[in-house]
Design a protein around this ligand. Structure first.
Ligand SMILES: [Zn+2]
Length: 425
């Protein structure tokens, strides 16, 4: 008998990342206006961006309605979609999530917090996307500096980094949201990922006592995706996971006025596009879109792309045996358990020793047709098909046994009694 860790419940993780979302304001409106004021003064050498000069820019909405967020969040909940939703704590420097937005009606922040906590949070990790997602803020005076988080801090000043990230986390915590990780605004931190990921981990431990956070920095629509782990301390149960997106924003873009295309994710015949290629390899399939693009100035173009993509993903996996929607933090925790646990097999017994607990831990036992599997002395229920395979059950297929259960910290012992063999237990 040999034991290996499989994907959770033998299903490939699916996850939806939402960037640039924040309470009250439309980040893109402020981001673009701050950029237009800054560039001629500080970087006249830079050519104008593609969006500059578009007549829609001055007319963009300053807010994205909380009613849209409610509709979007409820729909995602009904559909079983899970992922990560940015909640920028000091968006474009317009107001703090724990204090308020001076230029907007007072009740809006309270409405946003209530909606986000009740409707979105159950299915999505809420993260900072650093402090402002525009200019770097001075965390002593709360003034915006001429530096940009995603320009100047691509190669971040390491000595300031942990305090800056911890401040972003603290504002969310003050608003009642202890975050599970962070999102990088653009390429923030990218050129010194070792220092950046260490700073996130240190900040997560400091603010939320969270030893197993995640971050979202990388998006690659060509390479096979993975979940790299950084700074793992196996004996202490400490590590940080980098959750990669495998697809571009083909919803409605960060601008909120550039149309995407569902076919780039998955075509109607379910064969073309990026997602089937990733799902066939059974690699974590993480989609990414930007909040203003789902709203699309009220046209909801990106939201409609999401509806089409979800319908096609459901058709791709009609009996829900191939895919499993997960939050980013759940993917991070699973990969830590998968890569940082010790598994020993001897005499019909499998012992897993770990500091990295996870839900839906799934083991394959080769060369083993089990008639009884016990985890920590309690029986797993045998099921006959993958459709019924869930945590707390085992399944025998050909000459292998699959067992799924919540993995707890410490040592977990599986007792396996095989068909046609005399049990000595
Ligand atoms: Zn962003």
């Amino acid at each position: 008998m040999n034991a290996t860790v499989c994907n959770p419940l033998l299903r490939t993780p699916l996850s939806l990342i939402i960037d640039d979302s924040c309470p009250v304001i439309n980040l893109t409106y402020y981001w673009m206006h701050q950029w237009l004021a800054w560039r001629p003064k500080h970087r006249p050498d830079l050519p104008p961006a593609r969006w500059e000069g578009n007549p829609i820019v001055p007319k963009l909405s300053r807010t994205i309605p909380v009613d849209f967020a409610k509709k979007w969040g409820e729909w995602c909940g009904e559909q079983g979609i899970r992922g990560k939703f940015s909640f920028i704590p000091f968006p474009a420097g317009q107001g703090r999530v724990d204090q308020g937005f001076a230029d907007h009606p007072r009740h809006l922040l309270a409405d946003w917090l209530k909606l986000t906590k009740e409707i979105i949070w159950p299915n999505f990790d809420l993260t900072p996307e650093m402090l402002t997602h525009s200019h770097v803020a001075d965390i002593k005076t709360w003034e915006l500096t001429p530096q940009w988080e995603q320009v100047d801090w691509v190669n971040p000043p390491v000595e300031k980094l942990t305090d800056y990230i911890a401040t972003a986390m603290q504002l969310l915590k003050n608003a009642g949201i202890p975050c599970e990780g962070v999102t990088s605004p653009g390429a923030f931190g990218k050129r010194n990922e070792a220092a950046y990921s260490k700073a996130i981990l240190d900040a997560a431990l400091r603010v939320n006592n969270n030893p197993r956070p995640f971050y979202f920095l990388w998006l690659d629509d060509r390479k096979p995706p993975g979940v790299p782990l950084w700074h793992a301390q196996k004996d202490k149960g400490i590590a940080i996971a980098s959750v990669w997106s495998c697809a571009g924003d083909w919803f409605g873009s960060w601008t909120g006025f550039d149309k995407g295309d569902p076919d780039r994710f998955i075509t109607e015949d379910l064969k073309g596009g990026r997602l089937p290629a990733v799902l066939e390899k059974e690699l974590p399939c993480v989609l990414c879109g930007h909040w203003p693009g789902f709203y699309f100035e009220g046209e909801e173009f990106g939201f409609n792309v999401l509806k089409t993509v979800k319908k096609r993903l459901d058709a791709y996996d009609p009996d829900k045996t191939k895919t499993l929607w997960m939050k980013n933090s759940e993917i991070g925790h699973y990969w830590m358990a998968r890569e940082l646990s010790d598994i020993a097999v001897a005499d019909g017994k499998v012992t897993i020793t770990t500091k990295f607990p996870t839900a839906n831990f799934t083991l394959k036992l080769d060369d083993c047709a089990a008639k009884r599997v016990q985890v920590a002395g309690a029986d797993l229920r045998q099921v006959a098909s993958r459709r019924d395979f869930r945590s707390g059950t085992f399944l025998v297929e050909a000459k292998a046994t699959y067992a799924a259960f919540p993995l707890k910290e410490g040592a977990t012992v599986l007792h396996v009694a095989q068909q046609g063999r005399v049990s000595l237990a």
